[in-house]
Design a protein around this ligand. Sequence first.
Ligand code: KIV
Length: 274
Amino acid sequence: MSMQTQIKRVTVPEIRAHKGAKPVVCLTCYHAHTAKLLDKHVDLILVGDSLGMVMHGLESTLGVTLDMMITHAKAVMRGSSRALVTVDMPFGSYEESPAVAFRNAARIIQETGATAVKLEGGARMAETIQYLTQRGIPVMAHIGLTPQMVNIQGGFRTTGRTEAEWPALEADAKAVADAGAFAVVLEGMAEPLAARITGLIAIPTIGIGASAACDGQVLVMEDMLGLNPNPPKFVRQYAQLGPAIEAAVEAYAQDVRDRRFPGVENVYPMKKAQ
Ligand code: KIV
């Protein structure tokens, strides 16, 4: 038996190779049917902890648990076969120590079959990123607006709009790249800073509200499909599925009220008595 297994999904080195080349196409996804639909069109699927708000109606990502992430990541893995799947480490699952982060990241990788994890934080998480990557767990970093810090920051604040903020954020980007992250999400970041960071580090920057100066973009899928009635202002919507679903449900409700719904014999012919 050959010792080499064919890896059919996009690999971490393939994502790294996007640096300075073709932009990385990335969307969030939390369930099997949508994973199947977007699989061949994106390089990377992120099972983001934004699923707390989108799927579970939470106010922030802070209530998301490791078990929730694992459940949704399993569904996405079943629905997809090509894109690289990265899973967010939820609040409380990695900050305490590199060893705790490893244990929880290993659970994600073992139980879901996903390739990589993402965690929030720059220089302060560099030791953990190095610890995980040296032990076989690819890490995508996430700096700029980091939603898990909402209570410290007093809200979701965009970053880099004053030059005074730039040195710390540039140091964060350098620290996560030097620690071995294979890509870094820049969230809610002013374009001049996103451009500087993209030029400064050797790994792809994947922006969300951080401009086309980045090496790729990630959006929350429900935002770009028009399912979120209050999407962030920077999101371009490619469909209006919210209104489409409402119209379809209204038509369905009318059909049911008018008794326009079939029985099985409309689809499967009646059987003759033997
Ligand atoms: O959880 C998420 O969806 C994310 C993206 C916003 C990058 O982290």
